[in-house]
Design a protein around this ligand. Structure first.
Ligand SMILES: *Cc1c(COP(=O)(O)O)cnc(C)c1O
Length: 429
């Protein structure tokens, strides 16, 4: 399978090239040249298939033969060695829990999959690849963990000193091996600026292979389509239409769901649930796309003012606004509404959500005002990842899950960095 740039000013390239590059030379996002629907029998028999078989069959058209079938099978098995349960909230709403991976964030799947693809391509390459990431907290841990001990890949994570939670800091700074944490004297934007500068620094990029690990990268983006198939497998026997409410930031996750739909998955509606960063909500009413600076909220993994994957969503709908409007609705919620939803889930349904899941729940409820579908909201992080907010709202302490407990006892190792020149010196050491 070849991939083209959505800016259409760069040559088409193979899967491996697209994974190593991340972004096309014309700054466009890569997109598969074709998406061929799976056989109807795939969906007719889905409840009898293992998750790894579903995942392998769904993604292989995008990856084989660049990665041979047997290697891809192993990658899928290693990536998916935990559960993806659908939990019923009430008669009309369920949640898909995506937090059972090693760092309890849904990004575990994309990060683990991409790391293994890159590791495979790097077997024949004598030069290491360096993955450079800036994190405001949650994403960094998933990336670091996903790439841990993958040969030929070094990961350098920049995080703002004192601005991430204790749990998040431990997840970033205690891994060792090929993972290095740089504690930046500054805020998240400073980390992000340093990373961007590094990618544009010719002196640096001529000496080392730098890559990023966000959902712009097809190997991190595409495997997210598995979640929607796993949901269908669990809910098919209900014989009801299924709609998905997806807490969205860069819109990578929801866009992967739309790829699953193109593969033949029956989806009644996609609901983009947003916090006050409402660029897409506005677009869906005005048809005018106006990116804005991000606003800080309690669901901070969705604090994005210019969602990078929205262009892929438009492409999937042939850049036809009416087609998009029929398939996607979107809503935005304040922090106050999010907290009220957290409390409601706890009080009425005995369910402890995290702030991102709570936004998804609000989107589900809103959609149900005019629909009799069954709505599944994606719970994208375990509540302990946002302990301060959640414990405050429900007035209960949440026991730490074993994955988190294990990391809290380990010793933090981080290198302090206060300027771009220090970062560069570190990278060139
Ligand atoms: C990254 C993230 C999101 C947003 O996902 P996108 O694919 O960027 O839309 C939502 N919730 C959590 C917890 C996240 O980490």
């Amino acid at each position: 399978m070849n991939y083209y740039s959505l800016n259409r000013k760069a040559p088409n390239i193979t899967f491996s090239e697209a994974v190593v590059r991340g972004l096309a030379p014309d700054k466009g996002l890569y997109f598969p040249e074709s998406i061929t629907p799976l056989e109807p029998s795939f969906f007719e028999t889905i409840e009898g298939k293992s998750n790894t078989k579903i995942a392998f069959e769904a993604i292989k058209q995008f990856i084989v033969p660049e990665i041979p079938e047997d290697v891809l099978k192993t990658i899928v098995e290693e990536t998916l060695n935990f559960d993806f349960p659908v939990v019923e909230i009430n008669e009309n709403i369920s949640t898909l829990e995506l937090f059972h991976g090693p760092t309890m964030a849904f990004k575990d799947v994309g990060a683990r999959f991409m790391a293994r693809c890159l590791g495979y391509f790097n077997k024949t390459n004598t030069n290491d690849v360096t993955v450079l990431v800036a994190t405001s907290g949650d994403t960094g841990g998933a990336v670091a963990n996903g790439f841990l001990s993958v040969k030929g890949v070094n990961v350098v994570i920049l995080y703002p000193s004192g601005k991430v939670s204790d749990i998040q800091e431990k997840q970033l700074t205690t891994l060792g091996q090929n993972i290095t944490a740089l504690e930046v004297d500054g805020v998240f934007d400073d980390c992000q600026d340093m990373v961007k500068r590094a990618f544009m620094d010719v002196e640096l990029t001529s000496k080392m292979q730098l890559t990023s690990a966000n959902s712009i990268n097809i190997a991190r983006w595409l495997p997210q389509l598995f979640y929607f198939l796993f949901t269908y497998k669990q809910l098919k026997s209900k014989h009801k239409d299924i709609a998905f409410s997806v807490p969205s930031g860069n819109f990578g996750n929801i866009c992967a769901g739309m790829v699953a739909q193109k593969l033949g998955l029956p989806v009644k509606q996609f609901i983009a649930a947003n916090n006050t960063n409402d660029t897409v909500v506005n677009y869906m009413t005005t048809q005018s796309y106006e990116p804005k600076p991000s606003v800080q909220t309690i669901s901070n993994a969705m604090d994005v003012g210019n969602p990078s994957n929205f262009i892929r969503i438009q492409e999937l709908h042939n850049n036809n606004f009416e087609a998009l409007k029929a398939n996607l609705c979107s809503f935005s919620y304040t922090d106050e509404e999010t907290k009220t939803a957290l409390l409601e889930l706890y009080k009425d349904y005995d369910y402890v959500a995290d702030p991102h899941g709570a936004v998804g729940y609000l989107g589900a409820k809103e959609y149900l005002k005019n629909s009799d579908a069954h709505v599944v909201f994606l719970e994208t992080a375990h509540p302990t990842k946002f302990l301060g907010v959640v414990e405050d709202v429900i007035e209960q302490t949440i026991p730490l899950p074993p994955q988190i407990e294990a990391v809290m006892d380990k010793e933090k190792v981080a290198i302090s960095v206060s300027s771009y020149d220090e970062l560069k010196r570190f990278l060139l050491r």
